[in-house]
Design a protein. Structure first.
Lengths: 234, 189
């Protein structure tokens, strides 16, 4: 048998040799060396997978593209807001927690929500608060925190779609506008802080809660507007 | 856990979070783009498109796999699309260029890796894509066939031709007798 072709030797790195090929390899040092070289090449290629390199772009150019695409939020920073609203920032941090408490209060007071999901009804916050939670580790606590944030976001979105509070506690467009201004300030200030402390769980919690509340309030605000008035800005 | 928070912030358009993800994953993602595209200028353009695509798709990330794995899939898919639109990946039987020029030999590990990179760039785009996806990224021939719109047999054929070509281009690296094999090569198996 003549020597095995280079492409067939390349294939034999992955495939089993036919009987005549195996016989030839057993007798031919040249082809055996070639096969060894191919195996070495594949090992070198595999090692390439873990090799990293410098990014191909810088953040300035990529960031500009992301802004142009609307992927990076261009909400103005807190400093761009009017000075008379700065005081709101000082108390606004409590607003998210108040909103959360209000939700729990409405729930525990037995106010019916139309078409309330079964999942929500099965886990009463009042019942959950009866026993203080015990966490096995900080990771476990973070897991609960993240899960709770997601539930809070879902509940806020649900309430935004089905909210009835404005009928009996007098919420109107002015209230929603004031709330949105406050939430924007929380978002802007926590976002600014996250530049310095991106992993801080408290800042992340406030930021995400404020973003969820803002989205829900925007929907409420839009629903409260007169029928022919579309929400373009507030 | 920190990643989940960062991802959720990134979904909301938080620039710091988007940047943090890019800083963490760009070295790996961009390396794949660079290997697949070859030309550095085109690779930079494709990498930008890849990252825009990754960030645009963020709301669809469900956390079923690691973020890096998820982003890697998007990067490969988007890069292959870009190569296709540049008409750099043709049919399954794209010929491998008959460039027999060898590359410089250097024993240093980092230069050695660059040499493999250089050799891979001498393959045709189709053969390069198959070699990189199979031998570097660990894709199966069926996955490659699906990504490139070719048959699994065509993928194998391209791969074996590419290996044969690279074996010639990297003769100085892979011809070392086993007894003299450098330790960094011996550790790769």
């Amino acid at each position: 048998m003549s020597h095995i072709s280079p492409e067939r030797l390349a294939a034999l790195v992955d495939e089993t040799a036919m009987p005549d090929e195996a016989s030839h390899l057993a007798a031919c040092a040249e082809c055996t060396d070639e096969l060894t070289a191919h195996r070495r090449l594949v090992r070198l290629a595999l090692a390439e997978a873990s090799r990293e390199g410098p990014p191909l772009n810088d953040w300035a150019s990529l960031g500009a593209m992301l802004k142009a695409e609307g992927i990076i939020s261009t909400m103005p920073p807190a400093s761009a807001r009017t000075p008379r609203l700065q005081w709101v920032m000082r108390i606004a941090a409590g607003l998210v927690l108040v909103a959360g408490s209000a939700l729990a209060g409405r729930w525990s007071a037995g106010i019916d929500f139309p078409s309330a999901p079964q999942q929500a009804a099965s886990s009463s916050p009042a019942a959950d608060s009866a026993a203080a939670p015990v966490f096995a580790s900080p990771q476990a606590a973070m897991q609960v925190l993240t899960s709770s944030q997601q539930q809070y976001s879902d509940a806020a979105a649900y309430l935004a779609a089905q909210d009835t509070t404005s009928h009996f506690i007098g919420l109107n467009v002015n209230t929603y506008r004031a709330r949105l201004t406050a939430l924007d300030n929380i978002v802007a200030s926590t976002r600014a802080a996250l530049y310095q402390a991106p992993q801080d769980p408290v800042l992340n919690q406030y930021y995400l809660s404020a973003m969820a509340a803002r989205e829900a309030t925007l929907k409420q605000y839009e629903a409260a507007l007169p029928a022919k008035q579309a929400l373009e800005r507030y | 856990m920190a990643d989940q928070l960062t991802i959720r912030r990134a979904i909301h358009g938080d620039e710091a979070a988007l940047r943090a993800l890019w800083v963490q994953y760009a070295p790996r993602i961009d390396a794949v783009v660079r290997r697949l595209v070859g030309d550095p200028d085109q690779a930079a353009d494709v990498a930008q498109e890849v990252w825009i695509q990754i960030f645009r798709a963020l709301p669809t990330y469900r956390g079923d796999s690691q973020f890096g794995t998820w982003a890697h899939r998007i990067a490969v898919n988007r890069t292959l699309n870009a190569l296709r639109s540049l008409r750099r990946i043709g049919s399954s039987e794209t010929a491998i260029e008959e460039d027999t020029a060898s590359v410089e030999h250097d024993g240093d590990r980092s230069l050695l890796a660059q040499t493999i990179d250089e050799a891979v760039q001498k393959l045709s785009p189709g053969a390069r894509a198959v070699f990189v996806l199979h031998d570097v990224e660990g894709y199966t021939h069926e996955e490659i066939a699906s990504e490139l719109g070719i048959t699994a047999g065509g993928s194998k054929s391209q791969l074996f031709k590419a290996r044969a070509k690279l074996r010639t281009l990297l003769k100085h690296l892979v011809d070392v007798p086993i007894s003299q094999e450098p330790s960094h090569v011996a550790h790769l198996s």
